[in-house]
Design a protein around this ligand. Structure first.
Ligand code: BJW
Length: 241
């Protein structure tokens, strides 16, 4: 791989990077979509039909994230170290709504599918930090009206966050790395094509070949906690040599 210190790197992460921290993926046999209906809990129509069910789904995941056993793993930590030591921009674009990248120390980070620890007012569109359970009775702090808050997450049919900034980063990067994502969900699944169109090299780090595996020039398959630190080590060796 020909990348030199100073080159820009974009890293896309998905649920697979947080699996070994104890959080479930979506599409694996033991994943979230095996237990919950995607249409009921991850679409605006599902929320309009049954907000209690959607709140219960995200309340349970918010509580799980607060479990002291759930901590960033060596893959999250390696990406934070890369941002710290690589002499060039490293941008992590995560599809995950957990906060494990922040807790590991990543700072240049975009949560394109939102954040579990934030809610949004349906009346004022203001985004608020949130760690408690949410119900249909919870009043919106801005208006005092009950039922005026929703999870700050991107559901199917909604436009992911910060797409302009992501597009610019994909055009400029010399290396695009995809970690722990199945490649089923767009627009994230199309980022590799976009980056390659503008000349970036591409690497997939995943437990197994993803849906779009053939689009990547290089692949490393295995658990994120092993293959991500090894890959970061390889990049950082170029800085010290
Ligand atoms: C490990 C591991 C270990 C395990 N180590 N690896 C038809 C064709 C094309 C597109 C569409 C279509 N019909 C509709 C669409 C669009 C739609 C879409 O893509 N649908 C597809 C399902 C077909 N997309 C949208 O609606 C998006 N919006 C949109 O397109 O707007 C239009 C627009 C875009 C841009 C500009 C202008 C307009 C919105 C998508 C929202 C996704 N939301 C969710 C839920 C909300 C957040 C939450 O509750 O958490 O986001 S769905 C869910 O999937 C979640 C995830 O972020 C997302 C991706 O999942 P991810 O991360 O890939 O997880 P898995 O489980 O699928 O994969 C895990 C991988 O890890 C596996 O490969 C494992 O092997 C691996 N793994 N353990 C390493 N230890």
């Amino acid at each position: 791989m020909q990348i030199k210190p100073g080159d820009r790197i974009v890293i896309l992460t998905g649920a697979g990077i947080s699996k070994e921290s104890g959080l479930d993926t979506f599409r694996d046999p033991d994943g979230i979509w095996a237990r919950h209906s995607l249409e009921e809990v991850a679409t605006p129509a599902g929320f309009a039909r049954n907000p209690e069910l959607v709140h219960a789904f995200y309340n349970a995941r918010r509580r799980a994230l607060a479990d002291p056993d759930i901590q960033p793993n060596t893959a999250h930590l390696a990406l934070a170290e890369l941002e710290d030591k690589w002499p060039g921009e490293v941008l992590v674009v995560t599809q995950n709504i957990d906060d494990l990248h922040e807790r590991a120390g990543s700072r240049n980070l975009i949560h394109m599918h939102g954040e579990l620890l934030k809610v949004r007012s349906l009346h004022t569109h203001r985004v608020l930090e949130w760690r408690e359970d949410l119900t249909v009775e919870t009043p919106c702090p801005d208006t005092g009206q009950p039922g005026g808050l929703r999870p700050h997450v991107v559901w199917f049919g909604e436009i992911p966050l910060e797409m302009e900034r992501i597009g610019e980063a994909l055009e400029r990067c010399a290396l695009f790395v995809s970690i722990g994502t199945s490649g089923h969900v767009y627009p994230a699944a199309g980022f590799v094509r976009e980056a390659r169109l503008f000349g970036a090299q591409s690497v997939e780090l995943n437990l197994e070949p993803s849906e779009g595996s053939d689009l990547f020039e290089r692949h490393q398959h295995g658990p994120a906690t092993e293959i991500v630190p090894a890959f970061v080590g390889e990049l950082l060796a170029q800085v010290s040599s």
